[in-house]
Ligand binder design. Structure first.
Ligand code: URA
Length: 233
């Protein structure tokens, strides 16, 4: 059961104030009858709600992709730096958070959601989500370096990194897909082969790929297909 005003916010991505206004003006019907009580408790699974004649589809959770720019930190609040949450204009923002983290100087795909359970699952070390990065290194990467990155390297933790896949783009550029999310993992992997990352961009997270129409700093909601693929469906 859920309050009508909260239900409308979740369905329509509107503010509580806007939801109250819709109810007050008689635009909302539950099971065909006008309801002017914003606190009315309804069953989000079974009740049919219409707003100005259009049926609502209840959506408790929302999922966004942000093309993170450099210089912004992956956190919900920070006393000094600008955070990724300051770049997204979404209703009920306090319920949202980034899934995992990208370093301040890393750019690219970051998922932002209010679905804690899914985020927890995706970040769990047991649940290996593929993440593809475009990596630009300071010096040339030899075929031997690439084999080492693919087979696993010692980055100073108890275990070497899991097998990764690497595609060469240019002599100093690769696409690297890893299945773990250790702290500074890509930078430490490049250090393990005597090199250094000078540019890092995340291109994918699980089955979701960064939309190349998004400029750095822009975001959009995931499509239902992307959301389903993120959930592994
Ligand atoms: N690996 C890194 O080293 N940094 C990131 O931001 C992401 C992966």
């Amino acid at each position: 059961m859920i309050r009508l005003d909260k239900y409308l916010c979740d369905c329509l991505g509107i503010s509580r104030k806007e939801a109250k206004e819709l109810v007050k003006t008689g635009s909302v019907r539950i099971g065909g009858s006008v309801c002017k009580n914003e606190g009315f408790k309804l069953n989000e699974e079974t009740d049919t709600v219409t707003v100005k004649g259009n049926e609502c589809r209840y959506q408790r959770y929302r999922y966004y992709m942000l093309n993170k720019p450099a210089g912004v930190i992956t956190a919900t609040v920070d006393p000094v730096d600008k955070t990724v949450m300051e770049l997204v204009d979404i209703v009920n923002k306090k319920d949202f958070f980034p899934v995992g983290r990208l370093d301040k100087d890393t750019v690219g795909l970051l998922i932002i959601t209010n679905d804690g359970e899914l985020a927890h699952k995706l970040l769990s070390p047991k649940y290996h989500v593929d993440k593809t990065y475009l990596v630009e290194a300071e010096s040339e990467l030899t075929d031997a370096d690439i084999s080492k990155l693919e087979n696993g390297v010692d980055i100073g933790d108890d275990k070497v990194t899991m097998p990764a896949s690497v595609q060469r783009v240019e002599s100093k550029k690769i696409r690297l897909t890893i299945r773990e999310g250790r702290y500074h993992q890509v930078k430490r992997m490049l250090e393990a082969v005597g090199n250094k990352v000078i540019y890092l961009k995340r291109l994918s997270f699980g089955a979701v790929w960064l939309d190349d129409k998004l400029e750095e700093g822009e975001f959009r909601e995931l499509t239902s297909e992307e959301t389903e693929s993120l959930k592994g469906n």
